[in-house]
Design a protein around this ligand. Sequence first.
Ligand code: GLP
Length: 248
Amino acid sequence: MFYVFPDTNSLAQYLAEQLYQRISSQPNIRLGLATGSTMEPVYAQLLRMNQQQHLNLEQIITFNLDEYVGLEPSHPQSYSFYMQQQLFSGLGLNSSQVNLPCGMTANLAAECVEYSNKIKSAGGLDFQLLGIGTNGHIGFNEPGTSFDSRTHVVELSENTRLDNGRFFSDMAEVPTHAITMGILDILEAKEVVLVATGAHKAQVMADLFHSAIDEQMPASALKTHKNLRIYVDPQAASLIPSAALQAI
Ligand code: GLP
């Protein structure tokens, strides 16, 4: 389940190749996408590969995991902005192909129901990419979130606001709430790849490794998934027993 790579670059390269191959063998793939620093080298590699040999991207549909409440899509820290910068504009995807929850709508509850339904009516997710928070969150599903959850509004924990505060000039600007795909939405993806890189993820990856399936460790829900792979670099893997790691 845990695959360790020689370094962060080779992990990003391998995962980007995997994404490239999935898209080329299934042009109408439904991709679940993640944001965060972890994904930046992966998306950069995917863009590079697509520049060398163009994929047929006309039928691809993407669904992002989450978005802050209260940030316009044009806000540089919104996930919508991140995705445009890191991936969508480079791939030339148009707005009808990409989906993120809207954190600016007056009726957030209706937006949540609609988002989960949209994933279902698109046929569900074929491949879900995930990062992990230092408290074990996936998407923005914080510790204690029900494993039966659908897309919902979350009050961000102080830990998450502090972690993500590095992208904002002032802590007061860090949103207090977000919309996230629920854990059940994530578990319904046919294939899931969770990625963790860097020494700051070592503790949470060890906690995940040792954890029972427990709502206090949101990522442990993935242990029930039949097609899960966890990719780590040596720093993130450093506290996991080496016998449990498969080298790539
Ligand atoms: C955010 C996102 C998560 C992401 C996590 C890790 O809180 N909501 O989806 O996985 O941060 O981000 P990073 O890759 O920057 O460590």
